[in-house]
Design a protein around this ligand. Sequence first.
Ligand SMILES: Cc1cc2nc3c(=O)[nH]c(=O)nc-3n(C[C@H](O)[C@H](O)[C@H](O)COP(=O)(O)O)c2cc1C
Length: 366
Amino acid sequence: MTTRRTVFLCGGAVAVSAVGVAAVVAHDMGSLDAFKAQTTLTRATLLQTPDIHEVLRYATLAPSGHNAQPWIFAAALDRLDIFPNPMRRTPVVDPDDHHLFVSLGCAAENLTLALAALGHPGEPSFNATNGGSIRVDMGRAKQVRSPLFDAIPKRQSTRADYDGRPVSSADLKTLAEAGSLAGVDLILITDRRQIDRISDLVIAGDTAQMGDKAFIDELRRWLRFSPREAMRTGDGLFSATTGAPILPEWLGPAAFDLTFKVKSENDKYARQLASSAGLAVFVGQKEDHEHWVQAGRAAQRFALQATALGLKHAFLNQPVEVASLRPELAGLVGLAGRRPDLVMRFGYGPDLPFSARRSVDAALRT
Ligand SMILES: Cc1cc2nc3c(=O)[nH]c(=O)nc-3n(C[C@H](O)[C@H](O)[C@H](O)COP(=O)(O)O)c2cc1C
């Protein structure tokens, strides 16, 4: 009897402590629902007719490598400038700031669309002095709300399997038109054999990156495992945005090391590419900051148009980031000798949680 009672008490103690640990862990991580509410609210409360602060909020919703958000904004009465933020570089994966300037281009495109919606149309121009920046002079005209502007808060990089459905030729034409911009070639690929060849390059790039300690160390610094940390920093790659489980920050890195393996990552990429309707490859006509900004603008227009058509997209830039693979990718898309800037897949897929963003004030030059 005594023994049974002891066992019962011990079982109760274990149960109580398990609940206690779970409560502490949950408290430590923060809540995914709170994260989703915050990131959705950031987008839902955007003014339909934005003021200048709001225009910058639209700009911050642009994609950026590792979600580093490497931009600084400066606002004047008649113009807005975007400067690179050297504190937000990712020097291992992006040693020559290629992705950084592409990301600035994505932000410039959002900014331009939001300014047009505000009645201040302007064309971004690149200024090569002092490390490079982008200026948009604000004109004054009728407010123009384009479907691309409306798509800004809805766009996300959706790193999930898609459903394999093809995209109609009419929609492919609309996408090609949206993504065409001076100084950049857009190559649209829907042929399955060509997608498979590029899939092989993505996998070769992923294998090289996963064997590179410096790459993994840098990536780890941008990973966010808990809603609390994702909300606190407002940047980085939060596991839930890829459909992965959330974890307390103290547990995340160890779980990452245990589960982040070459074979499973490569299998995931092969599956994701096989389930996509097509690929868009963006190739600047020159290899300099100005053309990288243009490539970012073209890709952002494409991504917004895809969103407006109910399509999802995600970047797969491994064959661009691993320099030794660039010549083969350029040859595959018929542009031998050029440097490819971006590889994006698209198709029909699920909604995933949105990524976090830093506040406008955090990115505003004072
Ligand atoms: C230049 C550039 C390179 C990127 N490269 C990759 C990539 O190789 N793989 C990936 O999954 N996402 C890539 N991304 C997407 C970012 O990780 C993503 O934009 C960021 O996490 C914010 O998420 P969001 O686009 O859903 O707002 C890239 C984005 C940019 C602008």
